[in-house]
Design a protein around this ligand. Structure first.
Ligand SMILES: Cc1ncc(COP(=O)(O)O)c(C=O)c1O
Length: 396
């Protein structure tokens, strides 16, 4: 077929394949516990749903400005000011249909043959996929130690004269790691020697941090603001994955470029979703606090339960809703566990290799299921490992 080689080589996100398989098994009557795809099992808070209904009834049925309705861009700027003390000009905000789109725009703006873009490995799989789609070279940098901590030295060591963009993600997917303030300071200091290198900070999980004092938004780092793109959105914080609403905060003339991409590709974001977004950001935040408290309880349960499994070692992530245990000592590959646990146990998880080569030997579990379901999933996995695994002796 005469299709472009760019498209033929485009990567994907295994989470959607596992989701489709899990849903097909559930439709066939199987009891499925879905710890695969990263979406909260909470409902969108009712006041947000109400705002969307009211927008429809009030006749908000037409196109909006390509960069988003002013009320939403102003709410995003006000939220950054209130939560982070960061001044954001609403004109630098570009509202997009899902946070992922800011990622794609950044790759299209910075990526070209010969350019290098640094991304975390393991990391969100679309980083690599879209970097390569742009023609640029994807350079993975490792996250350090069992808790997949961000290490500024690992990033700085990979900068070359061809580096155009560095992607950082805190709290991170798949490991839930939160960037330590000292590492951020090292990164900022090191980047002073590379003034032409831009940073894309994926902060989609920024509200989901169990110890809020530990997380620093890059928006608060004055030295980076002129070359910083912040990716954020409503999907995770407000349980709105299906509404498709995110944004980018872009420096200087890049907001205009991102808006032009929007005009070329989708014109504007669904109008009703944008009105719902205003309600999410300006309305009561208690549902977010409640979700975070529930997630913390689940994390604590899961970390303890995973560490009791034969051959499994799990750290204690500081944010998001993922754990990423090391399963090397089970003697199985992550991909085999992903496939067999879904087929044989009805428990959907994701192999660490879906997040890059350095994810080998790990499996991601999203704790986006209620505690009784998590308990049941762990009971099934425990039984399976005890039936099948012959743990290898652990190396020191
Ligand atoms: C690290 C990271 N960034 C961005 C996204 C995309 O968010 P959205 O669903 O709003 O496009 C995800 C979703 O899983 C994610 O994990």
């Amino acid at each position: 077929m005469p299709i472009s080689s760019h498209i033929a080589g485009l990567g994907t996100e295994t989470a959607f394949e596992v989701l489709a398989r899990a849903q097909a098994l559930a439709a066939g009557g199987r009891s499925i516990i879905n710890l695969g795809i990263g979406q909260p099992d909470f409902a969108t808070p009712p006041h947000i749903v109400d705002a969307a209904c009211r927008a429809l009834i009030a006749g908000h049925h037409g196109y909006t400005p390509a960069n988003g309705i002013p009320a939403l861009r102003e709410a995003i700027a006000a939220d950054a000011a209130a939560r982070l003390g960061a001044a954001v000009d609403p004109d630098q905000v570009v509202v997009v249909p899902g946070a992922k789109v800011t990622m794609a725009f950044a790759m299209l703006i910075f990526g070209s043959p010969g350019a290098e873009i640094l991304h975390p490995d393991p990391g969100f799989p679309i980083y690599r996929s879209m970097i390569e789609f742009s023609g640029a070279t994807a350079i993975g940098y490792p996250l350090a130690g069992p808790d997949l901590d961000f290490s500024a030295d690992e990033v700085l060591a990979r900068i070359t004269p061809r580096t155009r963009l560095i992607i950082v993600n805190s709290p991170g997917n798949p490991g839930g790691g939160v960037m330590a303030p000292a590492e951020l300071a090292r990164l900022v200091a090191g980047l002073a020697a590379h003034p032409d290198v831009f940073v894309l900070s994926d902060e989609i999980y920024a509200r989901l941090v169990f110890d809020a004092a530990r997380h620093t938004s890059l928006l608060t780092v004055a030295a980076l603001r002129e070359r910083l793109i912040v990716l954020d959105g409503l999907s995770k914080t407000y349980a709105m994955t299906g509404w498709r609403l995110g944004w980018g905060i872009w420096p200087g003339a890049l907001a205009e470029l991102a808006t032009r991409l929007a005009v070329n590709i989708y014109s504007c974001v669904n109008t009703v979703a944008q009105h719902a977004g205003v309600a999410a950001l300006t309305g009561p935040q208690a549902p977010v606090d409640h979700m975070l408290a529930v997630l913390a309880e689940r994390r604590d349960f899961l970390v303890a339960a995973l560490n009791r499994l034969p051959g499994v070692r799990c750290g204690r992530p500081g944010g998001a809703f993922y754990v990423f245990p090391d399963i090397t000592a089970t003697g199985f590959s992550a991909r085999e566990l992903q496939d067999r646990w879904l087929d044989e146990l009805g428990v959907a998880t994701l192999a660490g290799t879906s997040f890059g080569p350095r994810g080998a030997g790990h499996i991601r579990l999203a704790y986006t299921a209620a505690l009784p379901d998590l308990r049941e999933a762990l009971r099934r996995i425990d039984g399976w490992l005890r039936r099948h695994a012959a743990p290898l002796p652990r190396s020191a």
